[in-house]
Design a protein around this ligand. Structure first.
Ligand code: NI
Length: 175
């Protein structure tokens, strides 16, 4: 079922979400189905449970190709529950981000360039990945939602934050 995505300003986006305790629960599968439907409907590259008002540490992400980020390499479709992120170096990278909870806007956000993430899939199986670039960016963006952090809170240079339809060509290399 397609759910309403909360928009910035809603206090539910600022809550620190709780870990998932039961993996074999039908509620979890129903939540994931709704998240997939909602992300597909809005053509997103990722979605976190708090964005549909569920304060659990669950994110999904992945795409083959996405109109919002045409330059980005594909990211495998992933369910990530109770994630832990560890940077693999202190190196940061800047890149344009948008968010379904902040519609119509884009901004340049610094993120760790390379990281390891661990967590659980929808069956409660633990897994681990080392990623970099846009994949690492998406993981950091989605997992921030679990701690009540929206990407504008990470922006350092507000001269590179604006409305997608106003930003000039060349200012948004991901578009
Ligand atoms: Ni977001």
């Amino acid at each position: 079922m397609i759910r309403t995505v909360l928009r910035m300003g809603d206090p539910r986006l600022l809550i620190k979400a709780q870990p998932v305790a039961a993996f074999d629960a039908p509620e979890l599968q129903a939540l994931l189905a709704d998240m997939r439907d909602t992300m597909a409907y809005l053509d997103g590259v990722g979605l976190a449970a708090p964005q549909i008002g569920v304060a659990l540490r669950v994110v999904i992400f992945g795409f083959e190709a996405n109109a919002r980020y045409p330059e980005a390499a594909p990211v495998p479709n992933t369910v990530l529950i109770n994630p832990q992120l560890t940077p693999l170096s202190t190196e940061e990278e800047e890149g344009w981000e948008g968010c379904l909870s902040v519609p119509g806007l884009r901004g340049v956000v610094p993120r760790w360039k390379r990281l390891r993430y661990t967590g659980f899939d929808e069956y409660g199986q633990r897994f681990e990945h080392e990623v970099e670039g846009f994949h690492a960016r998406v993981v950091q963006h989605e997992c921030d939602h679990l701690d009540g952090i929206l990407y504008p809170m990470r922006i350092r240079d507000f001269s590179r934050f604006g409305y997608t339809d106003v930003l000039q060509e060349g200012q948004t290399p991901e578009e």
